[in-house]
Design a binder for this molecule. Structure first.
Ligand SMILES: [Fe+2]
Ligand SMILES: [Fe+2]
Length: 363
């Protein structure tokens, strides 16, 4: 029996002794008919493998298993972040800040709800490798935590739920983004559907919906947080952004692996560029409605940041960027804000690394 007070060396010694005195039990042979033919083709495939493939090990898609483990370690509870400070802050927002905050926040709530449905009905349905399926399910779970976070903010700050959740129906510039997204979901759906359509859907959802739109949509609220406005909401969004950067990286690996395994799914550069141009058009129209000038943030900065994200996603997928190299990152705080290394500890609200189980190492 191990004890937290035991010094590490004694634990290691104890384990070494146990491993000598207690041989590892071996599994008894299974009662299968040795003459029977294997019923299944056991080779794992991302798409089009056997529906009954259930062998997680040997793990063929290590990047998916790693994404799954990472998402479990990054588990967080939105309700652990107290929102009281933002009640005061809300009163101090000027009209432009208030409009930008509500519009941006409302759009995020719709985006997460839509993406849960999309992952469940379209992306997951077709995947036949168990470890990749687990990573997609873990992603779905994280998206539900994001919805829980928004609901926690809404309840804590007494927002009108209908105003937030239904804003996309009232504002054509927001609705246009979701109508475009829904068309992409339809392209992903159906096990017998066209593989090229499936790839377009994956590229759109991982590289554009999450990789550009979502990432950019955090920024107006992050800029407020950096001025100590709506700080607790900003903190919630930092956790969400950390999850989202994991989703984008999982999506990038999934798409690359599909291109390798099913070469006819490979997307050509003109198509990727066209999708990015369409996404940019929708984003510009959306941002013109949503983002009003604030101290430290305006639509010019927003557009520059979006162009930077578009270039970055294209480069990630091996394509040429569509905007000039001079289009340097406009938000010097961006990397720090989504915090690949520096993360908030929501139990103590200070900058540190929080990961469930992250400290439990025997080495
Ligand atoms: Fe999300
Ligand atoms: Fe996501």
């Amino acid at each position: 029996m191990l004890n937290w007070d035991d010094p590490i060396e004694s634990i290691k010694r104890k384990r070494a002794e146990e491993s000598v005195s207690e041989p590892i039990a071996t599994m008894p042979p299974l009662a299968a008919d040795p003459a029977a033919e294997p019923a299944l083709e056991s080779e794992k495939r991302l798409l089009g493998g056997s529906d009954l493939t259930a062998n997680i090990a040997p793990i063929k898609y290590r990047w998916a298993w790693d994404a799954y483990i990472m998402s479990q370690r990054n588990f967080w509870m939105p309700t652990e972040i107290g929102m009281g400070e933002d009640l005061m802050s809300l009163r101090n927002l000027n009209d432009n800040e208030r409009h930008t905050f509500f519009t941006t926040f409302a759009t995020l709530t719709t985006a997460d709800a839509l993406h849960q449905r999309n992952l469940a009905l379209a992306v997951y349905e077709r995947i036949t490798a168990p470890e990749v399926g687990m990573a997609v399910i873990a992603q779905m779970h994280q998206e539900t935590i994001h919805s829980m976070s928004y609901q926690h903010i809404i309840e804590s700050l007494n927002f009108d739920e209908d105003e937030i959740y239904l804003l996309y129906q009232k504002v054509p510039q927001i609705r246009a983004k979701f109508e475009y997204s829904n068309a992409m979901t339809r392209g992903l759906q159906g096990n017998q559907g066209d593989l090229k359509e499936y790839m377009r859907g994956l590229f759109f959802y991982y590289m554009i919906f999450e990789g550009v739109w979502f990432m950019a949509n955090f920024c107006p609220i992050f800029s407020m947080q950096r001025r100590r406005l709506m700080s607790r909401t900003g903190e919630q969004l930092q956790y969400i952004a950390r999850d989202e950067s994991g989703h984008v990286s999982f999506g990038r690996s999934l798409i690359w692996a599909l291109w390798q395994e099913v070469p006819e799914m490979r997307m050509e550069e003109p198509e990727a560029h066209q999708l990015m141009h369409e996404a940019m058009e929708l984003e510009v129209s959306y941002a013109e409605y949503s983002i009003r000038p604030m101290l430290g943030y305006d639509i010019e900065l927003h557009h520059r940041h979006v162009r930077y994200l578009v270039n970055r996603r294209l480069l990630d997928m091996g394509f040429n960027p569509i905007y000039s190299e001079d289009e340097a990152e406009s938000l010097p705080w961006w990397e720090e804000q989504i915090g690949f290394r520096k993360e908030k500890n929501f139990f103590e609200t200070r900058v540190t690394e929080y990961q469930a189980g992250g400290a439990l190492s025997w080495e």
